[in-house]
Write a protein that binds this ligand. Structure first.
Ligand code: PEP
Length: 253
């Protein structure tokens, strides 16, 4: 049985005061559910990770980073390693978010190095995959997602793969207010689970959580997460409003 998982991606938002306040409100509003019935994580900007982790230390809400670098240390100006993230209280990290793929030009090969380094360093990666609008319109969704999943997880053994969560985020639905219908999302989640079964086996595929992301809001969360293969949400905009994020957590239970 897969426990639902709701993660908030704060992107390049908040400041030290508002980030801590948001975390505190989420923690107090989800004290009955977070951890027991639903896994909850928030991914603040790097510079606020430590303060947010401290604010959440008495709660069951985990902290994640929005990215990592795959090298352990050294001359990589501006980058942040797995051990640094663990040191400030991170459990999770996003890898291959669409904004990193399409705004910052990250390749599947680089994303695979990040996923591999995250697991080696004891973080739990959330591998983000999803097609552009033109790819969906050209009926290439399955092809794109297959490449991103296969290349993103390349070289990971069956022992390592349970550390991974996948987030299916159609790029055309991220931050646009457009949402995949529950039916469209379920079709891709089902496709990804079958792909994982081919790459590993049915049992492993049945254990990996696949989150949906793309304009998830209190009004559509229950319908999306009610589908068989949609195990939770990766939430951007709505995770910046405590009441909305709490309603989405509640919808996952
Ligand atoms: C995201 O940042 O991963 C995301 C899904 O954003 P939004 O919920 O704002 O579409």
């Amino acid at each position: 049985m897969r426990k639902p998982f709701v993660a908030g991606n704060w992107k390049m938002n908040t400041d030290s005061r508002s980030g801590v306040e948001l975390a505190e409100r989420i923690a107090s509003g989800s004290a009955q559910t977070a951890g027991q019935e639903v896994t909850v994580a928030v991914c603040p900007p790097f510079v606020y990770l430590q303060a947010v982790a401290k604010a959440l230390s008495a709660s069951s809400i985990a902290v994640g980073a929005q990215d990592i670098y795959f090298e352990p240390k050294g001359a990589f100006t501006g980058e942040i390693s797995t051990s640094m993230l663990k040191d400030v209280g991170c459990c999770y990290c996003l890898c291959g978010h669409s904004e990193r793929r399409h705004v910052l030009g990250e390749s599947d090969e680089l994303i695979n190095k990040k996923v591999t380094a995250a697991i080696a360093g004891g973080l739990l990666p959330i591998l983000c995959v999803g097609e552009l609008l033109e790819e969906r319109e050209a009926s290439q969704t399955n092809e794109v997602v297959t490449r991103q999943v296969k290349e993103g997880l390349a070289g990971l053994s069956a022992e390592k793969i349970p550390a991974v969560t996948i987030a299916y985020e159609p790029v055309w639905a991220i931050g646009t207010g457009l949402t995949a219908t529950p039916q469209q999302a379920q079709e891709v989640h089902d496709f990804i689970r079958k792909l994982l079964a081919e790459m590993y086996d049915e049992e492993i595929a049945g254990e990996i959580r696949i989150l949906y992301g793309g304009s998830v809001k209190p009004g559509n969360a229950a319908d999306l997460m009610g589908r068989q293969d949609i195990d939770g949400s990766l939430v951007g905009g709505a995770s910046l409003k405590a009441d909305d994020f709490l309603a989405i957590i509640q919808a996952a239970v």
